[in-house]
Design a protein around this ligand. Structure first.
Ligand SMILES: Cc1ncc(C[n+]2csc(CCOP(=O)(O)OP(=O)(O)O)c2C)c(N)n1
Ligand SMILES: [Mg+2]
Length: 586
């Protein structure tokens, strides 16, 4: 770590210099008097301020930026309402392990507590959704505390808040600008690695579960080497379809909701599971397709950069607190010196992998529409596209190097089976926070971070209503992304619960919407209504081409109302009513 010599500057200058020292080149937000003194000098520091339509969009963009680049995503807003507008997006970034630094100017220190304008206590609001909260309690500490926020966001792999009473941007201080402190995590405890290697060496059917930690630590090639050495099949953890290259023969696809049956069936066979860089979140291993696939009798080795995640959700045999890449490399090194029991049946395992993958592909190809009575009914006389067929067309047309963000909804979830990637930092799903309205602004942020890669957001028509205001940002700032809006005229994922549990008493789930393609054009973007399967691929290609010119296109997919399996079968039950007036509602 190095420091500059103390220099005379203002706190605004200390903040902006600290941002520059951390490599910040873009900041998302909405202009506000609270931080105007710092904003004024952003251009001179080489920082582009990207004005958005809603502060939630700014924080989601910072999240997308961080997830695509592996660097900080930064956002800032006006004290009070601008900051409270961040909340949902910061919670989402927290569960996406995204190093977002969100700067929260606060009401002035001399009026705090008096109930003045735009006053609220800004630290408690975020206390459970941040890895670190820095409060500038004296303007002389601006550089120190700002620097710590940037360091802690990386160290904790999550959002850090920098809270600044608005009068503390001004003053005459001596400041030292620290260079960033990045702490390597290393492979973990030697004894635990020895134990893990011994378990893997003795395994008859080892399976690797590659999680978000593989992506964040850039461990893809280390994971490939380890998998090849063991001839172990590899599952992606839920919503991390980019944690292992889909073209690799050992790849099985994702576990979890709408995941790959091949992955589930082979995991069920495992006697040892290496959970590499995954917290084994509770939703990620829920039974699916009627398969309760978690191998209850298997020995589980879990590697996670956050020690508190080890053994939290699933019982484990060995916990390794370390970096996924370093741990995978260390395990490979150890295994090369050991006799591997799984070498004896490697050929058999490979054949099994091939057979199950082929079977799943065939099933997916033949699964052109949903077969439950409701879906059959609504789709029977419809000329609209079946969602699964439309998703398959998108998959076939997906450009090389694409980044795809996905929202929360029935079709976005079904898409999980059709999203395959070759490189990490390609899939940005709404993760465990599960907020509708995530995907579009996240794709915008990812595009700003990686302008040469195609950025595509999958969004349901309901969730689109929450997030479409950022079309303004795309048009104004020339951010070119593709938004695929699945127009099924319903809040489908919730409607599915009405179908399955509430005897089709539909309430507040049917949507009447304007032409979303027309709305996009009114915003100054492109809009295309897609009604035929044969138009899906060409429309996607044209929209990706338009991204190079900074043009955002909304592809409005006209699809039937059929609905795939529900997400929360585990969390709902048939209604029970005791009062006479509600007796009919069962
Ligand atoms: C911010 C937020 N509000 C409400 C929900 C509850 N919710 C989950 S899925 C869903 C329906 C999504 O509908 P749509 O975006 O049209 O996608 P579809 O299910 O029709 O494919 C809703 C309302 C949520 N997850 N997030
Ligand atoms: Mg919908």
């Amino acid at each position: 770590m190095s420091f500059t010599a103390p220099q005379r500057m203002t706190p605004s200058e200390a903040l902006v210099e600290t941002m520059a020292a951390n490599g910040v080149t873009e900041v998302f937000g909405i202009v506000g008097s609270a931080y105007m003194d710092a904003l004024d000098i952003f251009p001179a520091a080489g920082i582009r301020f990207i004005p958005v339509a809603h502060e939630q969009g700014a924080a989601h963009m910072a999240d997308g930026y961080a997830r695509a680049s592996g660097r900080h995503g930064v956002c800032i807003a006006q004290n009070g309402p601008g900051i409270t507008n961040f909340v949902t997006a910061i919670a989402a970034a927290y569960w996406a392990h995204s190093p977002v630094v969100f700067i929260t100017p606060e009401t002035g220190s001399m009026t705090m507590g008096l109930g003045g304008f735009q006053e609220t206590e800004q630290l408690p609001i975020f206390s459970k959704i941040t890895k670190y909260q820095g409060h500038v309690n004296n303007p002389k500490r601006m550089a120190e505390i700002a620097g710590r926020c940037f360091d802690r966001a990386m160290l904790g792999m999550g959002p850090a808040q920098l809270n600044i009473p608005r009068d503390y941007f001004y003053g005459d201080i001596q400041a030292v600008i620290q260079s960033p402190m990045r702490i390597g995590r290393g492979p973990g405890d030697c004894a635990a690695l020895d134990e893990a290697a011994a378990l893997l060496a003795a395994a008859r059917f080892p399976v690797i579960l590659a999680g978000g930690g593989v992506i964040m630590s850039d461990a893809t090639s280390a994971a490939v080497q380890l998998a090849e050495l063991l001839a172990a099949p590899v599952c992606n953890s839920y919503l991390h379809n980019d944690s292992f290259p889909a073209s690799h023969p050992l790849w099985l696809g994702p576990l979890g909701y709408q995941g790959s049956k091949a992955a589930m069936k082979l995991l069920a066979q495992a006697d040892v599971v290496l959970a590499l860089g995954t917290r084994l979140g509770p939703f990620g291993t829920l039974p699916q397709h009627g398969l309760d696939y978690w191998p209850a009798g298997a020995k589980i080795i879990q590697v996670d950069a956050d020690a508190t995640m080890l053994g939290l959700v699933k019982p484990i045999s060995v916990g390794i607190h370390g970096d996924a890449r370093a741990a995978a490399t260390a395990l490979t090194g150890r295994l090369k010196t050991l006799m591997l029991a799984c070498a004896a049946n490697a050929a058999e395992r490979k054949a099994r992998i091939e057979t199950e993958k082929k079977a799943w592909e065939k099933e997916l190809s033949e699964w052109t529409s949903e077969k439950d009575p409701f879906s059959v009914e609504v789709a029977s006389n419809s000329k609209l596209m079946h969602p699964r067929q439309m998703l398959r067309e998108l998959e076939k047309a997906m450009p090389r190097g694409a980044m795809v963000s996905t929202d929360i909804g029935n079709i976005c979830s079904v898409a999980n089976s059709y999203l395959r990637f070759e490189q990490p930092r390609s899939m940005f799903a709404a993760m465990s926070f599960g907020n509708c309205g995530y995907a579009f602004p996240v794709a915008c942020g990812a595009k700003v971070a990686a302008p040469d890669r195609p950025a595509i957001a999958y969004v349901g028509d309901g969730a689109w209503g929450i997030s479409l205001n950022e079309l303004l940002t795309c048009a104004r700032e020339k951010i070119g992304v593709t938004v695929v809006v699945f127009n099924n005229g319903q809040w489908g994922a919730e409607k599915k619960n009405h179908v399955d549990f509430y005897s089709r008493r539909f309430q507040a789930v049917n949507l009447e919407s304007p032409s979303w393609a027309g709305v996009a054009r009114a915003f100054g973007c492109e809009g295309v209504t897609v009604e035929k399967l044969s138009d899906v691929g060409p429309a996607l290609h044209a929209s990706v081409k338009a991204q190079a010119a900074g043009t955002t296109t909304v592809l409005e997919m006209m699809v039937t109302q059929e609905l795939g399996d529900p997400f929360r079968r585990d969390a709902l039950s048939r209604p029970v009513r005791y009062l006479d007036k509600y007796k009919a509602y069962t």
